[in-house]
Design a protein around this ligand. Structure first.
Ligand code: RIB
Ligand code: CA
Length: 311
């Protein structure tokens, strides 16, 4: 029997881990990647968009790629270039794509794809939630038509950008608040699961042993921390967006908790925190499934399948 594939749009800010996540969903047999929309986050909107277009062309991902937005209210601050390199793809250098960007911006393209698959479409968001929030503000009717939003973002117990915030949410907390309050089912793959699921050098050596073109690309993405600037971390690296892609491809690989979450947008020290009511003090209906653990073997297995499938 033919497997029913999940129609998705990936909203992202490539970004080394976004790049791997793109390949994972492109290669997954149960995912129907329909479009890639990009947003400012790791880098400015032009660079994230060009990276996405270059990746789509280089790996023959036959979907439109659109340019997106900058944060709605907060001043834009790109990620420190020491983390993903000045171009955002670590040591990977791709030819500039020949194909054009979509004539539509990210919000328009998201809207079009939602209209084509009402009630079925899933958004995989691996960058700041600016585009998704603007979509939900401009095309109010889409709120009823999006099946789920799978987000790489947020932190319940410890952050990766300020003490208790994660970068994507911190970059545009007002946007995140709109999305978390939208009533659309949300899966949140945040630092609570990413910190527990690091990928070591030996994991990568074994995954990339095949010497295929895609293996060299992923190696250039992921071994950037191994360049002379800074040694490959003993504890391994965190492939944040790859875990979000894995959660979409195989939700059973994660352990979830369904709780009420809202986003702080006013605190001096707490701006961008995803405040999760783990003990139901606020008596609000749960709106987010938060991933707290991941079966690492399944995660690594999905990456292995991606490498097997894509040249
Ligand atoms: O905090 C991790 C997130 O920030 C990932 O999406 C990574 O790509 C960066 O954007
Ligand atoms: Ca990202």
């Amino acid at each position: 029997m033919k497997m029913k594939r999940i129609p998705i749009v990936m909203d992202c800010d490539p970004g080394t881990d976004d790049a791997l996540a793109m390949l994972m969903v492109h290669g997954a047999e149960n995912i129907d990647l329909r479009a890639i929309t990009t947003v400012a986050g790791n880098l400015n909107r032009e660079t994230t968009a060009q990276n996405a277009l270059n990746i789509a062309e280089y790996f023959d991902i036959p979907v439109p790629v659109a340019k997106g937005s900058y944060p709605i209210m907060k001043k834009f601050e790109a990620l420190d270039t020491s983390i993903m390199g000045a171009g955002g793809l670590g040591n990977a250098v791709l030819p500039k794509a020949q194909r054009e960007f979509s004539p539509y911006n990210s919000i328009e393209l998201l809207h079009q794809e939602i209209q084509k698959a009402p009630g079925e479409i899933v958004i995989l968001a691996t960058g700041p939630l600016t585009n998704v929030a603007l979509l939900l503000s401009v095309y109010l009717e889409d709120r009823e038509l999006i099946k789920e939003i799978v987000i790489m973002g947020g932190a319940v117990y410890h952050g990766n950008h300020t003490p208790r915030t994660e970068f994507n949410i911190y970059t545009d907390a007002e946007a995140a608040k709109i999305v978390f309050q939208s009533g659309i089912p949300i899966k949140m793959i945040g630092t609570d699961v990413t910190y527990r699921t690091s990928v070591t050098k030996s994991d990568l050596d074994s995954l990339l042993a095949g010497g295929k073109r895609i293996s060299r690309f992923i190696g250039d993405l992921m071994f950037y921390p191994g360049s002379e600037q800074h040694p490959f971390p003993e504890e391994g690296i965190y492939i944040w967006d790859g875990l979000a892609a894995a959660a979409l491809i195989c939700p059973e690989c994660m352990e979830w908790k369904h709780v009420f979450v809202d986003v702080e947008t006013r605190g001096l020290l707490t701006y961008g925190e995803t405040v999760a009511d783990m003990n139901n003090y606020l008596k609000q209906p749960p709106n987010v499934h938060i991933a707290f653990r991941c079966n690492k073997d399944i995660f690594i297995g999905i990456i292995r399948k991606t490498i097997e499938k894509i040249n």
